[in-house]
Design a protein around this ligand. Structure first.
Ligand SMILES: Cc1ncc(COP(=O)(O)O)c(C=O)c1O
Length: 477
């Protein structure tokens, strides 16, 4: 089908910013994402679009060229310019695991990844070139120290100082992302058959790691301010005699709650009273707004393993995680890293270290903070007025949307799936089979830009509004 040139005029006004040629590229991406353009659709000629938008022909040509480079469209001399298949578009994936028809395109709001700008690609190219030019091949091609070299751990300490931690290289290990750091932390502190305490809603990767290690999970109740200290105290005194708590005090996944300083202190006091060890997951910490609360690792360094990574701030592809704790645990952690991966990939670690050393990491962190602040505002603005929505809390890369009855989280996730948007319902995060609030988590980082995110959220909000009578009439309250 031939695309209507007016579609572009509409999309260009839809929150896209920057030079006009780039807005054309973004408008094409948005139209493909939302299904307004599909594979095989014919785009207007350069001249037609320039006339419609009142801009110069070379500007349109440049916009089309960029879209072609991104795999969104392709041109054939004499035939015209056509929309490509979806395979070239990174945030559109077939998701057979969600149970939808694999041929249906899904907009990914289920994977909690950071936003990516054009400069990420260029900065990666530069870092790889610099690493190739400066690193000794032996250091990249051989086995490395399990916990990372002294210099790498020193760089990690400097990065951890952004979170307020004062660590020394002797107490820090480099891991293969924080999922790996979490597995190592659990194996270092618990034996198969033992009980791990977690918040009632928890990171699904923690559930998988616990399962892998033969641990059982005991949920600690939460309220609107996060983990409830009194519930933790009760859990510590229970028959299972738990020895370890895994928690996310800042920008909790999925609820986006950040614990107040008072709750943090209360948790640490309880941990000391009951000799409880803490695994603190701070993977989103540097992206949280206005956090003046200290990490638990600062309040109780003698009993906390602190883990984070560069995945949410810079890029998950670096697979660079940090695990910091009491220095006497470092040998055990080194042995567990050897047992699981031998050592983190020297090549990926070298790129990460380059970014940390030359200031790129700080630049990308600032960019991510600004970009996500815009995205969170868009999510709040679009979802809060919706009749299905009881509340929206956002932090870091995600939004937690609480639902009014009669909506249930799984119904909303199914409805979203039908609209081509994958999101995660509460049950994915439930630590155990206990009663849980009805909510869905939306990941805001995958859309190519704020305009695309806005269009997607609008589609979802409209769908919820339209879906209401059907849901309401078939409800169990
Ligand atoms: C809370 C939490 N911890 C850890 C991870 C693992 O991240 P990575 O292994 O990429 O560092 C994630 C990923 O989504 C997460 O949400």
């Amino acid at each position: 089908m031939a695309a209507d040139p007016r579609l572009f005029a509409e999309l260009l006004d839809d929150g896209h910013t920057g030079p006009v040629y780039r807005r054309i590229t973004q408008a094409i991406a948005t139209a493909v994402t939302t299904g307004r353009l599909v594979a095989g659709d014919r785009l207007p000629t350069h001249r037609e679009l320039a006339r419609e938008l009142g801009i110069a022909v070379p500007t349109v040509s440049r916009g089309y060229r960029e879209a072609e480079q991104q795999g969104l469209i392709s041109s054939t001399v004499g035939r015209g310019t056509f929309v490509s298949g979806v395979s070239g578009i990174p945030h559109l994936r077939d998701t057979p695991e969600t149970g939808h028809d694999a041929s249906v395109r899904q907009i990914d709001m289920a994977v909690n990844a950071p936003a990516r700008g054009m400069m990420h690609d260029e900065l990666l190219r530069r870092a790889i070139t610099a690493v190739a030019a400066t690193a000794a091949p032996d250091a990249l091609l051989g086995y490395e120290s399990d916990i990372g070299t002294y210099e790498q751990r020193l760089a990690a300490c400097r990065w951890l100082a952004h979170s307020g931690l004062d660590t020394k290289p002797g107490q820090v290990a480099i891991c293969h992302g924080s999922q790996h750091a979490l597995l190592v932390a659990l194996a270092a502190t618990l034996r198969p058959g033992e009980t791990l305490l977690t918040e009632a809603l928890t990171y699904p990767g923690a559930k998988s790691a616990a399962r892998l290690l033969g641990l059982s999970i005991q949920a600690v109740a939460m309220d609107a301010h996060g983990l409830i200290p009194e519930a933790l105290e009760k859990a510590c005194a229970s028959a299972s005699a738990p020895r370890v708590l895994y928690c996310m005090p800042t920008a909790h996944n999925p609820t986006a709650i950040t614990l107040t300083p008072e709750r943090r202190q209360a948790i640490v006091n309880i941990a000391r009273r009951h000799n409880l060890f803490i695994i603190e997951d701070d993977v989103f910490g540097l992206l949280a707004e206005d956090t003046h609360a200290s990490p638990l690792a600062m309040l109780a360094p003698e009993r906390t393993l602190f883990l984070t990574s560069l995945s949410k701030t810079l890029s998950p592809g670096l697979r660079c995680g940090f695990l910091a704790g009491p220095p006497q645990m470092t040998d055990r952690i080194g042995a567990l890293i050897r047992a699981t991966i031998f050592n983190p990939s020297p090549l990926a670690t070298a790129v990460a270290m380059r970014w940390l050393a030359d200031g790129t990491a700080d630049r990308l962190l600032d960019w991510q903070r600004d970009e996500m602040a815009r995205r969170r505002t868009a999510a709040e603005h679009l979802l809060l007025p919706n009749p299905a929505v009881a509340g929206v809390r956002t932090a870091a890369l995600h939004a937690w949307v609480e639902l009014h009855q009669p909506w249930s989280a799984s119904e909303v996730a199914t409805l979203a799936g039908g609209l081509g948007i994958s999101i995660s319902p509460t049950r994915n995060f439930a630590a155990t089979d206990q009663a849980i609030p009805q909510g869905v988590r939306l990941c805001l980082g995958n859309a190519v830009d704020v305009g695309t995110l806005t269009t997607t959220l609008r589609t979802l909000a409209d769908g919820l509004e339209r879906g209401r009578p059907t849901w309401a009439s078939s409800t169990r309250v």
